[in-house]
Design a protein around this ligand. Structure first.
Ligand SMILES: *[C@@H]1O[C@H](CO)[C@@H](O)[C@H](O)[C@H]1NC(C)=O
Ligand SMILES: *[C@@H]1O[C@H](CO)[C@@H](O)[C@H](O)[C@H]1NC(C)=O
Length: 178
């Protein structure tokens, strides 16, 4: 019988490995991220990736790159990430509940994709989060009370036809585009 180590084999161990594995699961028809070089020790010189002085990833700026595919729960292991900007792509599927572990996240901008499913209540753990833009998607259900309770957080949620907003005033929020 073959040894089984499936769980660990699938688990990328560095920021570069996490990002590469995610990118391999995406469609990138323009080769926008083709310079994501697996031979580098860290991803700090990769296009649209920014690190801090300790070579830890703090920003992903992946706006308008025609990327399609899903968000990966593994991205939640980039634990210094402050800005996740994935505006105006064709990302589908749901927001991984694991994103509630991105404790340094300041901005989560997913505007103008086709992301569906509920907003994970776990995002209410993100005490650093100031800006969450989820407008122009296909999210469903209520905005969780856990998020409504974060007084420093601005949520832009227009143009999600199936999203409900209990406890929030602006039901027909102005659509400002992305
Ligand atoms: C959504 O993204 C598409 C493709 O990048 C773009 O053409 C369109 O203008 C964007 N819509 C908004 C509201 O930003
Ligand atoms: C909001 O931000 C202020 C200033 O950074 C901080 O003192 C306060 O604790 C924050 N409130 C919450 C609920 O996180």
């Amino acid at each position: 019988m073959a040894p089984t180590a499936a769980g660990n084999l699938a688990m990328p161990s560095s920021a570069a490995a996490i990002l590469l594995l995610w990118w391999k699961g995406l469609s990138d028809p323009n080769g926008a991220l083709a310079n994501w070089d697996p031979d580098l020790v860290n991803p700090c010189t990769w296009f649209r990736v920014t690190c801090n002085g300790d070579n830890r990833v703090i920003r992903l700026d992946l706006q308008e790159m025609s990327l399609s595919g899903h968000l990966s729960a593994d991205l939640a292991r980039l634990d210094q990430l402050q800005f996740m900007e994935i505006t105006s792509n064709n990302i589908e599927g749901s927001i991984p509940p694991e994103f509630g572990n991105l404790e340094n996240l300041i901005s989560l901008d997913l505007c103008n994709n086709t992301i569906s499913g509920p907003i994970p209540p776990s995002l209410g753990k993100l005490k650093s989060l100031k800006f969450m833009r989820i407008d122009h998607n296909l999210l469903t259900g209520p905005i969780p009370n856990e998020l409504v309770g974060l007084s420093n957080l601005t949520i832009l949620f227009a143009n999600n036809p199936r999203l409900r907003y209990p406890g929030m005033g602006a039901v027909d929020e102005d659509d400002t585009g992305c």
